[in-house]
Design a binder for this molecule. Structure first.
Ligand SMILES: Cc1ncc(C[n+]2csc(CCOP(=O)(O)OP(=O)(O)O)c2C)c(N)n1
Length: 619
């Protein structure tokens, strides 16, 4: 069976196991070919092929509901649910998204991207089904990495006490993005090795194949089956003590075992957790050997496994890491906290150099932030490196445990701005808005790596309170930074008298381009790099306002609650100055695509800014 033979996922329900096996080869090849060209989440998807095919073989997704945690492992599901012909456009402008999107297919039930929420969402769907007299099973696919996130336990706690039908597939590949961390991960390893799951596999198949599917004796046999299963599978203590039937571990690449097991779960009325063992990168030797490197990867050469890329600019994260490694030699109080993104945030060097002073909390941003707060209270200098988008999850902890306590925790918010291929759930475009209202928090958006390093030095020398330093992944082009960061002070990059353009971080180069364009029309504007987003440089604002210069602001952040709003608030409160334009991303969940194109579309490129300012100054 080939992918081109599958018009609807439901056709897989009558396919033979042999057909599913040949189909798995075609699916794997398609994923490999597409990701090598477009980039994407390779390792997790290669590991999910047989598991997804088995789910489609047994369940009916016109009735049953399938949710993916994070959703980065959904490629086989996309290929089987009517999107095989458009799969070549994966992650491209106007192409299909790398994560489930409800506006893309009715089979994508949830807009996903942030981890550890699938059990809660699935339980909500199950309860809605129960109360509205609906039918169908609810199935959540959750990775062992996702299971480090606290929300999973909140949901299990609830599910185990007010039970309903729900199947949780624990897709255990022993990895988060890097090796998984934490005591629960150790427990899963214990389950895997305690009885030797190779032995279990043969015992399991022996029993399963004795149990016929359908027929009058099914109920009786099913009871037998459950008893046997209890004996063959590992005696789990953790999940069963929470009120869930635990089955596993099973080989996640053996379609025959999995489909047999899933069939026996079709009539279960209570929650079940099926522990499925998969191999990240399965079938592509480079990814099997180094699953982390191919977790999320740009285009690469299929034959050599090497990335096809232009020279990469200096990374903010790696530069912050190198700086803190150096400082940590002199200052034993420096510690770094990550939340399952040590490599992504550039901090693997620190983890290697100072293993006792590096803490990977798992996909547990709330815990990571409060952990850092405790460390700061105890006299350490914690630096918490988390992407702008994932730090959202720890909003309350930033507010209550860091800022309310006024503790010197430094947040390093990587991947700020429009991130491109990963799409709406991953754009770091809300950071200024969600942080700006928290009392006592200094917010810094440096205009390049050197300014970020200067801000870090300032934090170590002077910083006695919480600071958030927000930056994109790669260095920002523009004039060299030779200053010395100080909060509430902006750098003047160009002087003019007709207007004042206040640019934040990544918007500085575009603001300078706009100023050059305007000069050609005889309009001279000042350009200030407003790296200190909070506090504002009130002296600079007052001076420009006194000279009658209108303000324009530019930021790679959503408009609501952003830097432009801060300047407009200042004008309103101080009774002076006027904001004539706010260049910002719209208040929306923007699709994936090209950053350059999206910035143009949103009026954030130099030409668009110049044109807007020209029109505004004429009126
Ligand atoms: C709240 C949150 N923090 C961090 C991430 C980044 N992230 C994406 S996938 C992933 C690892 C997930 O591991 P697992 O659930 O085991 O899935 P696998 O990739 O191993 O299949 C992480 C940390 C995220 N998506 N959401």
């Amino acid at each position: 069976m080939k992918l081109s033979d599958v018009k609807r996922g439901s056709e897989l329900r009558t396919a033979s196991i042999e057909d599913l096996k040949t189909l798995s080869d075609d699916v794997r090849d398609t994923i490999l070919k597409t990701v090598s060209q477009n980039g994407g989440h390779l390792s997790s998807n290669l590991g999910m092929v047989e598991l997804t095919l088995s789910l489609y073989h047994v369940f009916d997704f016109d009735k049953d509901q399938l949710l993916f945690d994070v959703g980065h492992q959904c490629y086989t599901h996309k290929l089987l649910s009517g999107r095989a012909s458009s799969f070549a456009t994966l992650r491209q402008e106007e192409g299909i998204c790398g994560f489930p999107r409800t506006d893309e297919s009715k089979y994508d039930l949830w807009n996903t991207g942030h981890s550890s929420n699938a059990i809660s969402a699935a339980l909500g769907l199950a309860r809605a089904r129960d109360l509205t007299g609906g039918e169908g099973r609810v199935i959540a696919v959750v990775g062992d990495g996702a299971l480090t996130g606290g929300m999973c336990y909140e949901a299990l706690n609830d599910l185990g006490s007010r039970k309903t039908q729900m199947i949780i597939i624990l897709n255990d590949n022993g990895m988060s993005i890097s090796s998984n961390v934490g005591a629960l991960s150790n427990y899963l390893t214990y389950l895997r090795v305690s009885k030797g799951w190779q032995k279990l596999k043969s015992a399991f198949s022996h029993i399963l194949f004795k149990v016929p599917i359908g027929g009058k004796k099914l109920h009786h046999l099913f009871q037998n089956f459950k008893d046997h299963v209890r004996n063959i599978f590992v005696n789990d203590k953790f999940f069963s003590s929470l009120g869930l039937r635990y089955l596993g571990p099973v080989d996640g690449h053996n379609i025959q075992y999995m489909t047999q097991l899933f069939r026996h779960l079709q009539d279960e009325k209570e929650p079940v957790i099926v522990h499925v063992m998969t191999k990240k990168g399965k079938g592509y030797p480079f990814a099997e050997q180094n699953p982390e490197r191919y977790h999320g990867i740009g285009p690469f050469d299929l034959k050599t496994g090497e990335r096809i890329e232009k020279a990469r600019p200096r990374s903010f994260g790696a530069s912050a890491c190198a700086f803190l490694c150096e400082q940590a030699q002199k200052n034993p109080r420096i510690v770094v906290v990550n939340a399952a993104m040590t490599t992504g945030t550039g901090f693997d060097g620190f983890a290697k150099a100072y293993p006792k002073r590096h803490f990977d909390a798992g996909i547990a941003e709330e815990h990571a932030v409060t952990l850092a707060a405790g460390m700061a209270k105890g006299g350490l200098r914690p630096f918490v490196a988390i992407y702008d988008t994932f730090l959202q999850r720890a909003y309350d902890q930033i507010m209550e445990d860091v800022c309310f306590q006024d503790l010197p925790v430094v947040f390093l918010m990587d991947h700020a701005g429009y991130v491109g291929g990963d799409g709406a759930s991953h754009h770091g475009m809300y950071g200024i808005s969600y942080l700006r209202s928290i009392p006592g928090l200094t917010i810094v958006c440096p205009r390049n790596v050197d300014e970020m390093l200067s801000a870090l030095s300032w934090c170590l020398k002077e910083g006695k309170a919480p600071v958030a330093i927000r930056y994109p992944q790669a260095d920002i082009p523009g004039p060299a930074y030779t200053g010395s960061f100080s909060p509430g002070r902006w750098e003047c990059l160009r002087k003019g008298q007709d207007a004042c353009l206040l640019a934040v971080g990544s918007m500085v180069p575009n603001a300078l381009k706009a100023a050059e364009q305007l000069q050609k029309n005889g309009i001279e504007i000042s350009v200030l790099s407003a790296s200190s987003v909070r506090p504002l440089d009130e002296m600079a604002l007052k001076e420009a306002a006194d000279r009658g210069m209108p303000f324009f602001t530019a930021e790679e952040n959503e408009r609501s609650g952003g830097f432009g709003s801060a300047v407009a608030e200042w004008c309103a409160v101080s009774g002076t100055g006027e904001v004539r334009g706010v260049f910002a991303l719209p208040d929306a969940f923007l699709p994936h695509g090209s950053r350059e194109k999206r910035l143009q579309e949103c009026g954030l490129d130099g030409n668009a800014m110049a044109e807007f300012i020209r029109r505004k100054l004429r009126t």
